[in-house]
Design a protein around this ligand. Structure first.
Ligand SMILES: Cc1cc2nc3c(=O)[nH]c(=O)nc-3n(C[C@H](O)[C@H](O)[C@H](O)COP(=O)(O)OP(=O)(O)OC[C@H]3O[C@@H](n4cnc5c(N)ncnc54)[C@H](O)[C@@H]3O)c2cc1C
Length: 386
């Protein structure tokens, strides 16, 4: 058995990237997704040069460069005066210094593009994983519809409420951070003709609003916030919001923010959830990636980026050790990802990213395929063996 059968649970951004990369590496890959289909969820996403280098491998880089908006700068602005408190160069500077473009795109368009890079029928929809068993010689996945599938290894890319994480570490809901994110996407024509920054974060002491375009034509604009809210109903993933609520929570903010709120046709809000770094990322034939193992506040715009980098590093490590040595590959993978993912979790938690003119090279210049690999530490190797 040179090339194992790989099961990926969850066809989100991390699972889809893993499937695309692993198919290109020659593995037999099947993805199991609980949703009946995907829709164009109303959200945007930043794709930094660290992600675009992975997209180059998947063959999506050119299409994304056409699809996305290319901000010249990331502006951080004072909530009231509108003064630029930081101005981080992107555009050609990012291309030259970090090795790929910095884009903002519609999350649904990005996901659809990556999905189209998979072989036909790679994703099995309507497959909600109910339980998983590692028999020692294979993995058995049982789904809510009663079907059972087997694989040589299984990747838990099943998000913040991961069933595979629960199997490895026990049931424990993620922690509500006391913050929500409002999200709205709408036609930029609703804003009239005044020019807007291509990518700007408005900051006050305890809340913020991030705003950017999600298409190359700049005909759709997106905002996402971080706002304190003491309570959130456990288990609920989204709630409707309103222009009135937005006016209330952003009262006194700069007229540009008020203009965005006034133009908003529809806005929703989402709880921001976290976990502490996990004590292990894998056991036996099971391994985690993305939000399944390091969910974070989205305040660095790097959550999906970390999931995609994980997917690439896992593919690289399987190639390094030989795919039959899955324990070795998983230990190498964790050893080369945990520190970076934990650091990004922490900076996201503190919500300080690019609030001042800091150097973002440690995030954007990272090239997951060319970083020197370090051997797994003894602690990590022991945890995998336990
Ligand atoms: C408001 C907000 C804004 C954000 N903005 C950005 C940004 O700009 N840039 C960025 O990089 N990140 C951003 N993120 C973070 C990013 O969305 C997540 O980190 C990313 O989606 C994680 O990808 P994933 O593939 O690990 O998990 P997910 O995208 O959550 O995918 C998990 C998949 O698994 C499926 N699944 C779950 N359970 C099961 C089961 N039992 N059986 C089968 N399938 C299952 C789900 O249906 C889903 O499709 C943001 C997050 C939020 C909340």
């Amino acid at each position: 058995m040179n090339k194992p059968r790989i099961a990926i649970v969850g066809a989100g951004l991390g699972g889809t990237a893993a499937a695309a990369l692993m198919q290109r590496a020659g593995y037999s890959v099947r993805v199991y997704e609980q949703a009946p289909a995907f829709s164009r969820l109303g959200a945007g996403i930043h794709l930094g040069p660290n992600v675009m280098k992975v997209m180059r491998r998947i063959g999506c880089e050119d299409a994304l460069n056409t699809m996305g908006s290319h901000p010249d700068f990331w502006y951080s602005r004072d909530w009231k005066s509108g003064d630029a408190i930081a101005q981080i160069p992107l555009g050609n500077f990012a291309l030259r210094e970090y090795g790929a473009s910095y884009l903002t795109v519609h999350r649904g368009d990005f996901h659809a593009l990556m999905t189209s890079a998979l072989k036909p029928d790679t994703i099995a929809f309507n497959k909600h994983l109910k339980s998983v068993e590692d028999t020692g010689s294979e993995v058995r996945l049982t789904f809510n519809d009663g079907t059972v599938e087997t694989a040589d290894i299984a990747i838990g890319a099943d998000g913040v409420n991961s069933r595979i994480r629960e199997h490895l570490l026990g049931a424990e809901p993620p922690r509500y951070t006391g913050y929500v994110a409002h999200r709205a996407v709408f036609p930029a024509s609703l804003l009239g003709t005044d020019p807007f920054d291509l990518c700007v974060k408005w900051w006050s002491e305890d809340r913020h609003m991030m705003v950017y375009y999600v298409t190359g034509k700049r005909d759709e604009i997106y905002y996402v916030t971080g706002v304190p809210q003491a309570e959130w109903p456990a288990g609920q993933s989204v709630a409707p919001s309103s222009r009135d609520e937005m006016r209330e929570v952003f009262a006194g903010y700069h007229p540009s923010v008020q203009k965005l709120i006034d133009a908003t046709p529809e806005v929703t809000k989402w709880p921001l959830l976290e976990r502490d770094p996990l004590p292990l990322w894998s056991r036996g034939r099971l391994v985690l990636l993305g939000d399944a193992c390091h969910p974070m506040k989205p305040h660095m715009a790097q959550g999906a980026a970390m999931a995609i980098e994980d997917a690439a590093m896992l593919t690289r490590c399987l190639g390094e050790t030989g795919a039959t040595d899955h324990a070795g590959a998983f230990a190498l993978y964790e050893g080369n990802r945990a520190e970076r993912a934990s650091k990004v979790q922490l900076v996201s938690h503190n919500n300080t990213w690019l609030r001042s003119n800091e150097d973002p090279a440690w995030v954007f210049a990272y090239d997951v395929f060319n970083e020197p690999l370090t051997a797994p530490k003894a602690k990590e190797a022991a945890a995998v063996a336990a």
